[in-house]
Design a binder for this molecule. Structure first.
Ligand SMILES: [Zn+2]
Ligand SMILES: [Zn+2]
Length: 105
């Protein structure tokens, strides 16, 4: 069973969703990936989420309906999670840079 997300987890998930679909950049929802390795306890984490649009999430050719083919084409859930985190870091850095220059003026 999934635990209800905390406030920090909700904020994280809305940032993930705001990145847009990893495949096609359309507006996205978050997909919870399978827990990786030996997690703490066995709960799935709301931090282990990736952004996917409706079609790539639950459509005909989606991570839910054709996982094997989907992963062969776009990368495994783990790789997609890594990509998501890299995008988030990039976003965070550009926000920091933006704030830095805004303050300098
Ligand atoms: Zn999902
Ligand atoms: Zn998509």
């Amino acid at each position: 069973m999934k635990k209800a997300p905390t406030k920090a987890e909700r904020e994280h998930m809305s940032k993930v969703a705001s990145l847009g679909c990893l495949v096609c950049q359309r507006p996205a929802n978050v997909h919870h990936i399978r827990p990786i390795g030996l997690g703490i306890g066995n709960r799935s984490s709301h931090y282990e989420t990736i952004p996917l649009c409706h079609d790539h999430h639950q459509g005909k050719f989606s991570i839910h309906n054709c996982k094997k083919e989907f992963e062969a084409m776009y990368g495994t859930e783990k790789q997609l999670l890594q990509k998501t985190l890299q995008e988030l870091i990039r976003l965070e850095e550009s926000m920091n840079l933006f704030n830095f220059y805004a303050r300098e003026k």
